[in-house]
Write a protein that binds this ligand. Sequence first.
Ligand SMILES: *Cc1c(COP(=O)(O)O)cnc(C)c1O
Ligand code: SF4
Length: 413
Amino acid sequence: MAYLLKHPDDYTSALHRSEELKTLAEPYLTMRSQIPSGMELSADYEERRRHILHSFSATQTEWEDWHWQMKHRVTDVDTLAQLLPLEASELDVIAKTAQNYRWAVSPYYLSLIDSTNPLDPIRLQALPSLPELDDNFGEDDPMGEALTSPAPCITRRYPDRLIINVTNMCAMYCRHCQRRRNIGETDRHEPKNQLKSALEYIRNNPEIRDVLITGGDALLLSDQTLNWLLAELHAIPHVEIKRIGTRVPVTLPMRITDELVHILANYPPIYINTQYNHPKEVTLASKKAIDRLITAGVVMGNQAVLLKGINNEPHVMKKLNQELLKIRVRPYYIFHAKNVKGTRHFVPRIQDGLAIMDQLRGQTSGLAIPTYILNAPKGGGKTPLLPQYLLHLKGNRAILRTWEGKIVDYTTP
Ligand SMILES: *Cc1c(COP(=O)(O)O)cnc(C)c1O
Ligand code: SF4
């Protein structure tokens, strides 16, 4: 056991190294406390929420009812003006943009807005702004999704899995939405006969082992329809896993009711991917929704969208991912925002995404590191992007760059 007896010099160098590592941790620790988080909302948050409740003459029980939240989604500036202290000019901008693009925000998500900060990350995602009217940019359907539907409601782009689009409804119409063209003027769930045709397609194609139910927001379906759809999928032997795409844990956490949890628990394995984009969205109410989903045996993941002015900064993305791990949501993807009409002001540079990935690897838990994905144009599919770590590879000799930027040689036998 002689190797356990360290020479005093070993401790000296290890201590020196740990001092070095401590220094590396410092810039983030300094920044972390300045990035707002949903678990430490500012003192006026509760006051704002009470004001919104009061303006609707609503009770706390109504607030916690997702049907009440949906019925009271804010969709016009007159109501908004009563709920948040915004300037007349700010309201004008919203009204003007709304002539081209609809908007709707759940009272819950609205209550997270800090209206004194025009750059509040919740506000930027929720309330319309003039740059949306910039018409000289992007397409309605940069993914070519319209061309990949072999059956009603289905998008198929990969060998063994596909998407069923069940609704175009969402609790909030995110200003950066990558599926804007689907979010029409009227809310619409897909009729049952369309869903039946989609199920028929899945039954007839045994290579489909993974079905992703999405929209819109899949969890805006009624409990009854969800129960029926999940049961139908569960009964197909080759469907090994079911996935649900939903933003309700972020925008409408009260949707995760006991009844819903009971339904989900009946059809394992279910994976739910949601979309948190900023640590401010990780609130206590949201955490409670995630806790309930996990009791149903659901495995949670996060698909953030990399958005200029919201999260295209390494410390913000690091804090987001660390906050997510604390509530048992595993960061899965960071999507580079697509060139969708009306969202130019959100589209970051690829360099931003690479800098974030570079500052995550090694600096924090591997669990907090998602895959950075750029969707290739024209439906080319998800394409991973990574900073360069393999600088050279020829025969058995590789030159690597470590997470700290050291250049090292590696030779295989
Ligand atoms: C994103 C996507 C999937 C799921 O892809 P994963 O990388 O497995 O998460 C499946 N089908 C379509 C059409 C998609 O766009
Ligand atoms: S929840 Fe998703 S689909 Fe709905 S508006 Fe937001 S980004 Fe778009």
